[in-house]
Design a protein around this ligand. Sequence first.
Ligand code: V0V
Ligand code: CO
Length: 146
Amino acid sequence: MLTRIDHIGIACFDLDKTVEFYRATYGFEVFHTEVNEEQGVREAMLKINETSDGGASYLQLLEPTREDSAVGKWLAKNGEGVHHIAFGTADVDGAAEDIRRKGVRVLYDEPRRGSMGSRITFLHPKDCHGVLTELVTAAPPDATDH
Ligand code: V0V
Ligand code: CO
């Protein structure tokens, strides 16, 4: 079961400038930053609110670390903007399997490492009405060292 919007992924050319826009305009502060080399991103998580399932919702600002990454390719084609949405679930393996059985392409055989020790997978945007969709299981609270 999907129980929250975990994050909205926003692609940008300059992470520091974009973080500053969200701080100055809305007052959102950086909760966590990291580089994920496998995904080819440098990212900042801005926590927006807690959610009723014990999780939280974030904006995920993404700057590519290389041009041939998913975000690098997307930026070259589209410019800055919303890149993906992510739904939170306690069971990313089960959710991905259910959705795969419905005929939607799940991009990874096994979930991979995401932000803050989470486990993530993606659904192909062409099977989701044009929206790149991520499924996330957050790390247990004591395992998160943000
Ligand atoms: C590509 N397309 C998109 C899209 N990216 N449509 C909607 N939203 C997007 N973000 C469309 C594109 O316009 C093409 O449509 C078609 O899909 C094929 O795209 P492509 O440019 O040829 O690129 P591909 O096929 O090489 O790669 C697309 C996929 C790739 C979705 C397969 O981006 C991918 O593997 N994404 C998952 C990983 C990812 O995005 N990582 C970065 C975030 P037309 O032109 O043919 O009609 S990492 C993250 O979120 C983390 C770490 C986290 O949350 O913790
Ligand atoms: Co994401």
